[in-house]
Design a protein. Structure first.
Length: 587
């Protein structure tokens, strides 16, 4: 490796017309092009090309070049190593002089001891630490036995430590190294939600925090490994527990539509795949090994076996990188604080964090999905409406979600992870969808199925939309809700209710039944009397103000209200010509 050390008085100053600064730029360029042109293969399984055990100690007043014998294998032994060095240095010098006007910054980390913060200027030679606005930034760790904490986002060209040091990327922080990392001794530790963005495979320890499962939250997690090799679950990496009953780990076989428990059939955790995991205790999963290069996209073949089962085409995948990833399809994630399965639209460009699993639904054979670190080029965004269905009971809040997107390519087939969750969805081409892409619409039907009888609430949240009119029509009760004023609607639902219960109306001239304000019945003498001629295959429902169906029967001219408590009710008359609703008071 190369170490460059400068006098603190002139280090890092952009003084391109001074000889000392030009010389630093030239030397840095020599290193940069040397790494690009030298032909060595590191002796490790990552097959990463880089130089090791070379040292160049540079001082402005006293220049010394010391070269250790490389512990590397030459790719072509027929060419003398010293001839290569000579040719490379001469070539690098020539190129460096041509580009000497470009700014190069060189920094030396000197702070030692425990919890040496990257952001603390006292830890840096001359009190100057790296900035993210230089074209070429070289950082050398010139201390030993330190616990270095990266507590801010850092974007540099080169990072080197030839001593026993641990570098910990604090949760949520990003270390981007655009060219070379040489970390000869010690560990690089990537805490939960931290990111290492690097263009080659490198040893690291990646952490994932897991919150304890309890009956109230049903805290399941979709997890993934960023390590290129298979990971065997163990007590040491925190996946298994003592006692054994404290954890649950599942993989999914799409062909057989079967959840496989690790306790019954042990398996390894593989890169690119996702797994369902829960633990009775707060714990941290530890994935040790070589992390994948962030510069190479990863393509995964999806499994699909045609069947009427709702699990057909369900694939559990995982972020393969030690940094955020994006995919080229809409997908599902599990929310962190509840047992909600969230549909994520492709157009939202929502990142998948390290160690996070996702669910992708294939709709036909031979589909693929591609993970990449770079966010896709955003297209014009037209907004969407998120719809959440909630059911409250004595133990927990059960949620489901659907999205109406005004962006192309967002369609996502419906998938339900929990049998006791409500089910809200759209239908298109005989497919049930959690995300429906549309261009424009006046009326959009919404389907709803109750998992059990009870009280439910729908919540509507338009995002990035400029709407003048948005109403929800309950086809069962006739309720007409202005969602721009009241975004929530509560109702009673039964498992035998028909699914096509709701519709969204975007234009005031559409969606309300033509005869909704015309009376077709009246109450007298303990009976509801229809003032219209009934037709075959007509039905009448009497619904209370909570949405509960009190009576459902074939429509006849007189219907007894015996046994019905006095109050205001909604009549819903279904005929071959359409649906009509009316409020009526029963005494």
């Amino acid at each position: 490796m190369i170490l460059i050390k400068n006098d603190a008085k002139v280090q890092h100053r952009t003084m391109q017309h001074e000889k000392c600064v030009k010389f630093k730029q030239i030397v840095a360029k020599i290193w940069y092009l040397w790494r690009k042109t030298a032909i060595f293969v590191a002796k490790n399984k990552s097959d990463t090309y880089y130089l090791d055990n070379f040292s160049l100690f540079l001082k402005l007043q006293n220049i010394m070049v010391s070269q250790q014998k490389p512990s590397l294998e030459m790719k072509n032994t027929s060419i003398n190593i010293f001839h290569r060095i000579l040719v490379t240095v001469v070539f690098s010098l020539a190129i460096s002089f041509a580009y000497a006007q470009q700014e190069v910054s060189v920094y030396s980390f000197l702070g030692g001891g425990n919890n040496a913060l990257w952001s603390n200027v006292d830890n840096w030679d001359g009190g100057l630490k790296p900035t993210n606005d230089s074209l070429y930034t070289f950082v050398f760790i010139n201390t030993a036995n330190s616990e270095i904490i990266l507590d801010e986002d850092v974007n540099i060209e080169y990072l080197s430590s030839n001593y026993e040091n641990n570098l910990t990327l604090q949760g949520g922080k990003i270390l981007t190294v655009n060219d070379t990392i040489i970390w000869s001794h010690g560990n690089i530790i990537i805490e939960d939600r931290a990111q290492l963005v690097y263009n080659a495979s490198i040893p690291a320890s990646v952490r994932k925090n897991i919150s304890a499962y309890d009956a109230g939250t049903h805290q399941w997690n979709l997890i993934a490994s960023p390590i290129t090799d298979d990971v065997l679950p163990s007590l040491e990496n925190g996946i298994l527990t003592d006692p054994e009953s404290a954890y649950a780990l599942y993989t999914f076989n799409e062909e057989n539509r079967e959840w496989i428990s690790y306790k019954e059939t042990p398996f390894v955790i593989s890169n690119k795949h996702g797994y369902l995991y829960a633990n009775a205790f707060d714990t941290t999963l530890v994935f040790d090994g070589f992390v994948r290069s962030a510069s190479t996209p990863v393509e995964v073949n999806l499994s699909y076996h045609a069947t009427n089962n709702f699990l057909a085409g369900c694939n559990l995948l995982g972020n393969p990188f030690s940094c955020n990833a994006f995919v080229d399809k809409s997908y599902y994630i599990l929310s962190e604080n509840s047992n909600t399965l969230i549909a994520v639209a492709l157009s939202s460009h929502t990142p998948i964090t390290p160690c996070m699993g996702i669910i992708v639904k294939a709709r036909e054979a031979f589909e693929t999905v591609t993970f990449c670190h770079e966010m896709p080029q955003p297209s014009e965004h037209h907004g969407y409406i998120e719809i959440t269905a909630a059911k409250s009971n004595a133990q927990n809040l059960i949620l489901d979600q659907a999205t109406l997107s005004f962006n192309s390519g967002d369609d996502l087939s419906k998938f339900a992870l929990y049998e006791d969750a409500p089910n809200i969805f759209f239908t298109k081409d005989n497919h049930d969808l959690a995300i429906l892409s549309i261009d424009s619409v006046d009326i959009q039907p919404i389907k709803f199925k109750a998992a059990e009888d009870g009280s439910y609430t729908l919540h509507f949240e338009p995002k990035d939309l400029n709407l003048n009119y948005l109403h929800l029509i309950d086809n069962m009760t006739g309720s007409n809700i202005d969602l721009l004023v009241t975004p929530d609607y509560s109702f009673i639902a039964n498992t035998n209710d028909y699914a096509s219960r709701f519709k969204l109306v975007f234009d005031p001239h559409y969606g309300i039944e033509e005869h909704a304000n015309e009376k077709f019945a009246y109450y007298a003498n303990g009976e509801i009397q229809l003032i219209m001629e009934t037709q075959s295959r007509s039905s009448l429902q009497i619904i209370d103000m909570t949405g509960r169906v009190i009576i459902k029967r074939d429509a006849i001219n007189r219907v007894s209200t015996s046994g019905i408590a006095p109050g205001v009710y909604i009549l819903r008359l279904e005929t071959p010509n359409g649906v009509r609703t009316q409020k009526i008071a029963i005494q």
